[in-house]
Design a protein. Structure first.
Length: 168
């Protein structure tokens, strides 16, 4: 009977640790400010811009699949972008019910500015770390991505870890 209580206690502790990290990380990279990077855009809007910038001629449903954003919310974001002159639509030759979306010149300029600002925010964080700690951080981000990816249940062909004394 003690095992389930211990497992529940361990799970609660693990959940608390992940949540603590989430709070630390969102604060550290400035995700809690009113506009992302003190811009006029929310984090969600910038994520949609990212998809539009990196996938010209993308459909709204493809953006929704890539981001997990609710279709109604995404539709409002896209309509707002179009109204502001950041987005243009073209009829899809493959499916008349779909529109192909792309950023306008103004939209690409807005994204480029945000992309530079993101780089300029992250670079000093990395630069402040010695090379070995930078490597550890980058390995940790890869590990986290692999572990939290939807296919995380699949066995990896190898595990990335720091060297152990017996490895040398």
């Amino acid at each position: 009977m003690a095992a389930p209580v211990r497992a529940a206690s361990q799970l609660a502790d693990s959940v608390a640790r992940v949540r603590r990290f989430n709070r630390f990380y969102t604060r550290r990279i400035g995700l809690l400010t009113r506009g992302f990077l003190e811009s006029e855009f929310s984090l969600t809007e910038v994520r949609v811009m990212y998809e539009l910038n990196h996938h010209p001629q993308i459909t709204a449903s493809e953006i929704g699949t890539a981001t997990g954003i609710d279709a109604g919310y995404l539709s409002r974001i896209l309509a707002n972008f179009e109204k502001r002159g950041l987005l243009e639509r073209a009829a899809s030759p493959a499916d008349a019910r779909q529109s192909l979306l792309q950023l306008t010149r103004k939209g690409r300029g807005a994204f480029a500015q945000l992309d530079r600002r993101q780089h300029d925010e992250i670079a000093p964080l990395l630069f402040a770390l010695p090379a070995d700690r930078q490597r550890r951080l980058l390995v940790a981000t890869q590990i986290n991505e692999r572990l939290l990816a939807p296919a995380a249940g699949l066995r990896e062909p190898y595990i990335v870890r720091l060297p152990q004394p017996v490895d040398m």
